[in-house]
Design a protein around this ligand. Structure first.
Ligand SMILES: Cc1cc2nc3c(=O)[nH]c(=O)nc-3n(C[C@H](O)[C@H](O)[C@H](O)COP(=O)(O)O)c2cc1C
Length: 336
């Protein structure tokens, strides 16, 4: 009997496939459907800091960036109002989901500063959220702000929430850090129970006919998984927080690769939006089939087996890989 179960931040999951934060999880009905098709946990769509700032009467004046965010939020709020249910509706969604499903329900907060987050994160905890995922989506465009300052702020935010919450905290990171392994360990020691690798950024496109900068959202491609596998494999064993992979997980083999790189869970959104929630049946049965064929008994048994510390040649995860890849291409493809 194949054992697909895993833990994630101390939560018991029946398998390693989690629905990442998106409108796929924005109603109790959709969450029930995901559970029916075997999803092990759901992350609710993010509640945005701007929504909390607008609602809150007291913007945290210690945090000057909070004030900037407030100005921006009045412009963005109309779209946000359509995106999810707003702060009160969000708590209702948590309560409703907790009543209706038995899988863990993870709430998600998206922002940059701590204004309003702590109080609201506590309310999410009280509403029954099993954990909170922080999507710290900061695009630093100010040339005077240093990488060290940005990283320090992230860690302070995680520490502040850790001090105020009992439930586990996951931190969804971007890959735009110059020393990811070092930063991951700081987030870990600041109190994160999981690192979610990695956020996808949605760069705006340029409409050269209308001379406009236009929002653009494309769903992911499985090739995006490689970046996540690389860093999961590198940091596995160096931090005590669990690792979640998000970005490019489309097929059973993507889940298996994520676990072998070192992840406790692999998260999906694009594949489910593209193929429908029933795609989960194919993914889960594909995992079981592969494990049977390769005589694995459990997910836990394979975790980290292809991490940097467990492969025979750890240099494949470093500069050596780059040189090998470049030279192998030149050798097999003469320039025409
Ligand atoms: C329509 C849509 C909405 C999303 N909303 C959120 C969100 O509110 N918060 C968040 O952290 N990630 C959000 N994401 C990102 C996903 O959670 C996920 O990390 C990303 O799509 C990469 O995974 P995938 O390759 O499985 O799609 C969203 C993605 C999509 C496509």
């Amino acid at each position: 009997m194949i054992d697909l179960s895993t833990t994630y931040m101390g939560l018991q999951l029946k398998n390693p496939v989690v629905a990442s934060s998106s409108p796929l999880c924005d109603s109790v009905e959709k969450i029930c459907l995901l559970e029916d098709h075997g999803i092990a946990a759901v992350v609710l769509p993010s509640l945005f800091e701007e929504q909390l700032i607008l609602e809150s009467e007291s913007v945290d004046s210690d945090l000057s960036r909070g004030a900037d965010a407030f100005v921006e939020s009045s412009t963005f709020f109309p779209e946000l109002a359509d995106y999810n249910l707003g702060p009160e509706g969000y708590l209702e969604l948590i309560r409703g989901a907790k009543k209706s499903v038995s899988i863990p329900v993870i709430a998600s907060l998206n922002g940059v500063t701590s204004g309003g987050w702590v109080r609201y994160a506590r309310e999410m905890e009280q509403a029954g959220a099993d954990a909170i995922e922080l999507n710290i989506y900061s695009l630093v465009t100010d040339p005077s702000r240093t990488a060290a300052e940005v990283e320090k702020d992230y860690c302070a935010l995680v520490r502040k929430l850790r001090e105020n919450l009992r439930i586990p905290i996951a931190v969804k990171l971007s890959h735009f850090f110059s020393a990811i392994a070092n930063f991951a360990s700081h987030i870990d020691t600041s109190g994160a129970n999981a690192l979610v690798l990695f956020n996808r950024f949605y760069q705006p496109d340029l409409d050269i006919n209308q001379m406009e900068v236009v929002p653009s959202l494309t769903l992911s491609h499985p090739s995006e998984l490689l970046l996540r596998l690389h860093w999961a494999a590198v940091i596995y064993g160096h931090i005590s927080a669990d690792i979640a992979v998000t970005g490019g997980v489309h097929r059973a083999e993507d889940v298996l690769k994520s676990v072998m790189a070192g992840a406790h869970v692999a998260m999906m959104t694009s594949a489910l939006l593209q193929n429908g929630v029933a795609h989960l049946d194919t993914v889960l049965s594909g995992i079981v089939q592969w494990m049977e064929e390769h005589e694995y008994q459990s997910i836990n048994q394979m975790r980290g087996s292809m991490s940097q510390r467990n492969v025979p040649d750890p240099a494949t995860y470093e500069r050596a890989n780059y040189m090998r890849v470049i030279s192998s291409y030149a050798l097999r493809s003469p320039i025409r």
